[in-house]
Write a protein that binds this ligand. Structure first.
Ligand SMILES: *Cc1c(COP(=O)(O)O)cnc(C)c1O
Length: 399
């Protein structure tokens, strides 16, 4: 029998006071306070494997936070997207469509399974998949007899895509919708949580997300069948037998109990984290909205964004500097900011992929900058960012 070593929390060494202000990161983890106790409880229980009560409790917490009934906790959001593609039986010859303005993890698993990606533009009102463009492209694809096997809308920077209209367009042709809600824990769409209404929704608890497990993800659905299949595949597709028995090959994607415990402690403060990110956004708006040539990512009328990241558009002609000059000015002052996602259709790896439009996303990338948005950022730190951006607006960082 395994002996259980009692967990003793080591005393923290005294922290030297930094001579220069600490580097301000884009979206660092923000501890909730309950993580140490949750980790200690898991260690003391001896159940640290990627199975048992801690992952089950994390799944229950995700179900409670989202309202999605069936949840499997996984090693990453990318693993969730990969399993969703497997559950949909994607393979060579299939097309998968997604918004071009996203992180590569949205589409990488489908590509790795042999599917062909096709990238669609986003709408300026939300920066998410354009439902009118999608509806037109699906009708044209149906006429050609080449419908996609799946459509993956992306809930960007904590703002939900227009899921009802995307669903309506896809339902007409029987195309399943897989929501990439990795950036949207805590976001609402028409009063319901991000991902509700999609066949499956993927969430991420990576270190930079609004709440984190220190690395982790989840796949969720209101339908038990796809989640049961994903759960089976996540643990090497082991059949119920005393020996190791397999009818297909799976993955080692289950979430460690230790990380699940951290994730559960973080989820407990999700509403406070949403409020904090929105407060960060409001302070940026109060401090910067008067500047000519600077505009904030709009909040679409259909939902309540979390403002996971505050993103702005900088028009160099009117602002007095381009977004890269602003980024470099902040970087020189020890402040991390980042261009808006470089669209997939502009990525060298997808240079030959078919697409529909892309000019809106390309413009958002060219002018878009994400400002430090961590929920643990102090007001003084944020005022430094605001002051530096304002300096750029009067030409102090033009290149
Ligand atoms: C973070 C993210 C993912 C992937 O999540 P990981 O947990 O990092 O694997 C997928 N899609 C989008 C849009 C993301 O931002």
């Amino acid at each position: 029998m395994a002996s259980i070593v009692p967990f003793v929390r080591p005393a923290a060494p005294p922290r030297p006071r930094p001579a220069t202000p600490r580097r301000l990161y884009l979206s660092p983890p923000d501890l909730a306070g309950g993580e140490h106790a949750a980790l200690a409880a898991v260690l003391e229980s001896g159940w640290i494997a990627p199975a048992g009560p801690a992952p089950a409790a994390f799944e229950a917490a995700i179900a409670a936070a989202t309202g999605l009934r069936h949840v499997v906790a996984l090693a990453s959001g990318t693993a969730a997207l990969h399993l969703a593609c497997r559950v949909l039986d994607l393979g060579p010859g299939d097309e998968v469509w997604t918004a071009t303005l996203t992180y590569i993890a949205t589409i990488a698993p489908a590509v790795q399974m042999g599917a062909r990606p096709r990238f669609l533009d986003v709408s300026p009102e939300s920066w998410t998949l354009d439902p009118d463009l999608l509806a037109g492209e699906l009708a044209a694809a149906a006429r050609r007899g080449r419908l996609p096997r799946a459509v993956i809308p992306v809930d960007l920077y904590g703002q939900c895509a227009d899921l009802d209209r995307i669903r309506a367009a896809c339902d007409r042709w029987g195309v399943p919708v897989l929501a990439d809600s990795a950036e949207a824990m805590g976001a609402l769409y028409r009063g319901r949580h991000a991902g509700i209404g999609a066949r499956m929704a993927a969430f991420s608890f990576n270190g930079n997300k609004i709440v984190t497990a220190g690395g982790g993800g989840a796949l969720a659905s209101d339908d038990p069948a796809p989640i049961a299949r994903a759960r089976h595949l996540a643990s090497q597709a082991r059949e119920p037998a005393p020996h190791y028995q397999h009818e297909t090959t799976g993955y080692s994607y289950a979430l460690s109990s230790l990380l699940a415990a951290v994730g559960t402690a973080q989820l407990a403060v999700l509403p406070a984290r949403v409020a904090a990110r929105r407060a960060v956004f409001e302070r940026y708006r109060a401090g910067l909205a008067d500047l000519p040539g600077l505009a904030f990512m709009p909040e679409a009328g259909w939902g309540r964004a979390t403002r996971w990241l505050t993103a702005v558009q900088i028009d160099p002609a009117r602002f007095g500097a381009d977004r890269e000059a602003v980024r470099q000015r902040l970087d020189a002052a020890g402040i991390e900011s980042r261009p808006v996602w470089k669209p997939m259709h502009l990525q060298p790896v997808f240079r030959d992929a078919p697409r529909a439009g892309g000019a809106v996303a390309a413009g958002l990338f060219e002018r878009g900058l994400c400002l430090p948005s961590g929920s643990g950022m102090s007001v003084a730190e944020q005022e430094r960012v605001i002051a530096l951006v304002r300096e750029c607006a009067i030409g102090a960082c033009a290149r």
